[in-house]
Design a protein around this ligand. Sequence first.
Ligand SMILES: Nc1ncnc2c1ncn2[C@@H]1O[C@H](COP(=O)(O)OP(=O)(O)OP(=O)(O)O)[C@@H](O)[C@H]1O
Length: 319
Amino acid sequence: MIEVADLTKRFGRITAVERLSFTVPAGRVVGFLGPNGAGKTTTMRMILGLDHPTSGTVRVNGREFAQLDAPMREVGAVLDAGGIHPGMTARTHLRWLASAGRIPARRVGEVLDAVGLTEAAHRKVGGFSLGMRQRLGIASALLGDPATLLLDEPVNGLDPEGVLWIRTLMRDLAAEGRTVFLSSHLMNEMEETADRVVVIGRGHLVADMDIEEFLRRGSSGYVSVATPHLSLLTTALSEAGAAVEPAADGSRTASEERLAVRGLTAAQVGELAARYGITLHELTPQAASLEETFMELTRDSAQYTASGSVGGSGGDRSR
Ligand SMILES: Nc1ncnc2c1ncn2[C@@H]1O[C@H](COP(=O)(O)OP(=O)(O)OP(=O)(O)O)[C@@H](O)[C@H]1O
């Protein structure tokens, strides 16, 4: 588990992360999303003890990184897949890491196998494709068989087969009870991979919730309902707190009307209709895409960041 509490990081006049709090639970794949410059890398670096917070705390498996006895066995990370000496072979690089982390040498063969690099183990990293470097980065992260994994943009540069491979690997690692935290700007990819999302904009938390709930927050997601009992259903839905309007496609027949319902799940609409004995001819969740919801919820953040004024006078820096 990763616990981030009231975390702030300033670089001079720039506030990269401000009063950020979230928890990454074990056993789930959690996506870390935010526009460029939102503070994802800075947050990951603080989780790994590579940057010191201006204020606030980060705990990994209940302890601060500096207090971990054997960090490589507790946390595996890929922050920059390019940062490996080009003259080293994959095997030499991993052997060197293993000995630095006091990890048995037999793990090198195991992780090369796990990431599909056994055949390329004797080749120099300088000749590796970006996808192979990503695989090697993941092999390094897995070396200590850590309970927690952090990956910054892990699918960058991967072909579709590689993306599918990462997705399956991350899900398998989470299913083993590990904490898996992945940053990405590829929303659709994250929709397929993550169970939960932590979304930030301008260094502030925008959302920390299961993907389904996040998608419901976006106004572009709704439940499409067709019924011959329009006014009865509209009243019941409104009393339950839903926003109801005629469906945008305007389709209707003489005996039914279609509504767009926001604020309730399809299951809640169905249960409500059953309670009042209202016949439904259709009940269809129309999910917003992760990308649409993300754009909607971070629009202000993105504009602010794009204006280049992060940390400037128009911001909401409290100090
Ligand atoms: N060492 C540093 N010195 C000064 N400013 C920094 C430093 N590191 C990050 N920043 C600034 O902090 C803000 C957050 O950057 P960060 O790299 O964490 O964002 P990000 O969400 O990872 O973005 P991207 O997706 O573009 O990598 C940016 O405004 C960035 O310019």
